[in-house]
Design a protein around this ligand. Structure first.
Ligand code: ASP
Length: 329
């Protein structure tokens, strides 16, 4: 009876128009935008562009563009999507920062749990500790010795508090008990430029973007953050952090797609269906694996699995971040 009372004409009209909208979605003459909260040319940008290409194919050539809304550790782009119209045309592509920024920011202007629809996770990346090419250390043992004898004099670049590079660098410093000066950028692409130029000493970044620089001998590579060594030719001789004596040091970065809260369910289903086909696209898989990343093919490709994973990552990182006592406003 109660549900019949809700079925008033105005509600029926609304319901019909939402369905008609979803049937037409995505309209051929409209563009879907992936808001990417870091600078162009970085690893998150690369993963987003690869996914956009594969999803565009799945959606019959739909135009999908990347909007690099970088800054404030990725919170500017995430906030833009949290406040966007929930019509399926403005989506957020971001990484682990979705789970870590709430612990870093005293006043994050959006709520990770309540302001987004979760579409699906896409890929996972190992991180790689790298340094400027003229650093006076050639392996992890030498790097650890150099870091301990240069306390307070080392600069470590990152994409802001809570970013992947920051988490990895923060763990490196706390494990070594050496404080370094954190140098934040709008993404690790501009940070990489400065590392190559020798303006900063160290950086942790996803292997997707470190591999070409290691192959080009533009930076020195020291260790990877996976529990076992990686198979990619540029990194196969790299020790893991644990082999280098940094106990329990593993960091894996994951990427996923989000929509503003309130996006109609049929639109979300179309996006999730397209994402699940795209992550099986051999071309998408080849591009991720070439960068040492792996494509996710498990229940985290679905909204419920994606959301519960992000919530578990929030709970996992909160005490680590609290213990580090690093905050951003
Ligand atoms: N790699 C960056 C990070 O550290 C983000 C990026 O520029 O893709 O979070």
């Amino acid at each position: 009876m109660r549900s019949m009372l809700l079925c008033v004409p105005a509600a029926v009209v609304m319901c019909l128009s939402a369905n008609a909208f979803a049937q037409d979605y995505p309209a051929a003459n409209k563009t879907i935008t992936f808001v990417l909260p870091y600078a162009a040319g970085g690893p998150t940008d690369k993963a987003a562009r690869d996914l956009a290409q594969s999803m565009s194919k799945v959606l019959g050539g739909q135009s999908i563009v990347i909007d690099n809304a970088a800054g404030a550790s990725g919170s500017i782009g995430a906030n833009k999507v949290a406040k966007a119209s929930p019509d399926g045309y403005t989506l957020l592509f971001t990484h682990i920062a979705q789970a870590t920024l709430p612990s870093f920011f005293r006043n994050l202007p959006y709520n990770v749990e309540k302001d987004f629809e979760y579409i699906g996770l896409v890929s996972e990346n190992p991180m790689n500790l790298i340094g400027r090419s003229n650093l006076p250390a050639n392996n992890m043992a030498e790097l650890i010795g150099w870091a301990k004898s240069h306390k307070g004099q080392i600069n470590i670049a990152n994409a802001g508090p809570g970013s992947a590079s920051h988490l990895c660098g923060m763990l490196f410093q706390s494990t070594l008990k050496v404080d370094m000066t954190s140098v934040p950028y709008k993404g690790t692409a501009p940070a990489m430029t400065d590392l190559i130029g020798g303006q900063v000493d160290l950086m942790c970044d996803q292997t997707t973007t470190t591999i070409p620089q290691i192959e080009g001998k533009k930076v020195k590579s020291f260790a990877v953050t996976t529990p076992t060594r990686l198979s990619s030719p540029a990194l196969k001789d790299m020790p893991t952090m644990q082999e280098a004596g940094l106990k329990d040091f593993t960091v894996t970065i994951w990427q996923g797609l989000y929509a503003p809260k309130g996006t109609p369910a049929p639109v979300l289903k179309k996006l999730n269906d397209a994402l699940k086909v795209a992550v099986k696209d051999p071309e998408f898989i080849r591009k991720q694996e070439a960068g040492g990343a792996s494509v996710i093919n498990d229940p985290r490709n679905d909204p419920a699995g994606h959301k519960s994973f992000v919530m578990s990552e929030m709970a996992k990182w909160a005490p680590v971040i609290k213990a580090a006592g690093v905050y951003a406003d």
